[in-house]
Structures are given as structure tokens and as C-alpha cells.
Design a protein around this ligand. Structure first.
Ligand SMILES: [Zn+2]
Length: 299
């Protein structure tokens, strides 16, 4: 049974109200707004065991209608990898040891290896995606635990592309990376859907971030924002569907959360802007995907 989240995952407040309520592929998905800090999070939501089972069996099928990599999926992953590598290139020196959490078919690992000559390692829980990456000669583990058992650690760059929104305790998770896996001068590369442009309150998204709340989550976890961008690549030329952030390890965790205000109004304005752009410039707004696209068209 899904569990209710009684405390905001960012500030710990117990005060929240319903922000969005919808059906997603037969599942009722309710997102709440923390009235103290402005974070939007799903509650009730699946327990960790339910999530585990969901990721193992349902996830790829629900989203793509198949459990292995498909043309649409690979197209999106390649586009994301291009965009991420370009962002890294203009922001930081080449990484020596790179870890991609949620490595999927390993495309970002290959891109970083090729571009910067880095040693690359991935973590991917999905069996078919991991097998696909391993067949291409990449070192990809099933979980962080499995990677630790193999004594693999010490990264100066860790990426989580479209992963943080799936993590039940984002602050705890980012702290764990900082304390156990990143070097003192290490960087974190994060990409998440943007609450103010991305429409999918998906069943697997535990948190929906804005630039403000992503920054707060990073600072509470002991990082400082180094560079941050909103963009739509590879799905749109003009909608800021995603937020990409580079954060640097800091010695101290920020104590107090700086609250975000007017979250509902900002969401409404963002989605209205999206509808207007779609209407006025349809071909710019959505970049076509390879056919057949399969499954749902979550952005
Ligand atoms: Zn809060």
C-alpha cells in the first residue's frame, strides 16, 4: 500500500496541501505543496519495496511499452548526453573518474569517455539496460552496494540525469554521495524536469523541482551551485522543460531553508506560456521523435 509522507523531504515541516491530483496509467498520483518551504512532493506514494518491484518489472513497460531500449529512448538519451557533455565542457575541467547513476544504456558514459578520456563507471538497476551497456564493454553495476563490494569509488564527477526526482530522500541521498563517493573537489551534475514547464506528475516522480527548490536541496546536502541552466533539449527548442545543474562539494551544509513563494501561480504561468508557445510555434515547441515512439509520450 502507498505510504503518506508526513514530513517535507526538504525542510521537515508537517504542513502541506494538495497541489495536483491526477490519474497516471491507472494509478492515482497526488502531489502536495509544502506550505513552509514550497517543495512539491508526491504523497501518498509507493513504499521502497513497491518502488523496487515497480522499477524491476513495470517501469520501462509503463513508459515505453517494452523493457529494452527503443529508438525513441535512445534518441532522447543521445540528445541528453550531447547537451550534458556540452554543458560540462563549458563549465568544468575534464573529469578523471566519472560515475553516472541511472546510466541506462550507457550513452552518457560513452560520450564522456570519448570527449574527456575519463575513466567511466555506471549504475543501472534495470536488467535489460544494464546488459545492453555491459555488452558494449562498459563497467556498469546494478546498485551502489554492488559497486562498493567491488571497491570502486573516488569520483570527481557524479551525474544523475533524470534520477533525483525518483529518489525518496533526495537530501539524504546527495549527502551519501558527498560523504562516501565524491572527492573533496568533486562535482555533481543533475538534470531534473522543471516544475514550471514539464507536465508530467509521473507515478515514479517523488519530487518535482523548480530552480529554487533544487538549489535548496543541493545546499542542504552540502553542495554549492556552480552553474545552472533551464532548457528543453532534446525535446523542445523553446520550452524550459528541464533544469541542469552543476554543484560543487562544500564543507558545510546550509542550516536554514530559504522558502520559495507563489509556487502555484508560477506553475500556472509556466503552463499557460507552454500552451501559448505550442499553439503559436508548434514545430519549434516539440522536436519530432523517431517512430514508432511507443508507450506514453512523457517528456
Ligand atoms: Zn518543506
Amino acid at each position: 500500500m502507498p505510504e503518506s509522507i508526513n514530513q517535507c523531504p526538504l525542510c521537515g515541516s508537517q504542513q502541506s496541501r494538495i497541489f495536483d491530483r491526477r490519474k497516471f496509467r491507472g494509478h492515482l498520483v497526488i502531489n502536495r505543496l509544502c506550505t513552509n518551504c514550497g517543495l512539491v512532493f508526491q504523497s501518498p506514494r509507493m513504499t521502497e519495496d513497491e518502488l523496487d518491484a515497480f522499477y524491476k518489472k513495470e517501469y520501462r513497460q509503463v513508459y515505453q511499452g517494452d523493457s529494452g531500449p527503443m529508438a525513441k529512448d535512445l534518441f532522447v538519451q543521445k540528445g541528453r548526453a550531447h547537451s550534458a557533455v556540452a554543458f560540462l565542457e563549458r563549465s568544468i575541467p575534464p573529469p578523471q573518474r566519472f560515475l553516472d547513476i541511472g546510466a541506462s544504456s550507457g550513452i552518457l558514459l560513452e560520450f564522456v569517455q570519448k570527449k574527456f578520456g575519463s575513466e567511466v563507471v555506471g549504475i543501472e538497476p534495470g536488467d535489460s539496460y544494464r546488459a545492453y551497456a555491459q555488452e558494449r564493454g562498459l563497467e556498469v553495476f546494478k546498485s551502489i552496494e554492488e559497486m562498493h563490494s567491488a571497491n570502486v569509488t573516488g569520483f570527481d564527477l557524479i551525474s544523475m540525469m533524470h534520477v533525483l526526482e525518483h529518489i525518496p530522500d533526495p537530501v539524504g541521498y546527495l549527502r551519501m554521495l558527498r560523504e562516501g563517493m565524491l572527492s573533496d573537489e568533486g562535482f555533481l551534475l543533475i538534470e531534473v524536469p522543471n516544475l514550471y514547464a514539464h507536465d508530467c506528475f509521473e507515478i515514479a516522480h517523488m519530487t518535482s523541482f523548480s530552480v529554487h527548490t533544487l538549489k535548496e536541496v543541493l545546499e542542504q546536502s552540502g553542495y554549492q551551485i556552480y552553474a545552472i541552466e533551464k532548457h528543453g533539449y532534446p525535446r523542445s527548442n523553446n520550452l524550459p522543460l528541464y533544469i541542469t545543474a552543476l554543484a560543487k562539494v562544500e564543507d558545510v551544509e546550509k542550516k536554514k531553508v530559504n522558502p520559495e513563494r507563489f509556487v502555484l501561480i508560477k506553475r500556472k504561468i509556466g503552463m499557460l506560456r507552454r500552451r501559448i508557445l505550442q499553439k503559436l510555434f508548434p514545430s519549434k515547441t516539440w522536436i519530432p521523435l523517431p517512430q514508432p515512439s511507443g508507450g506514453t509520450s512523457c517528456e
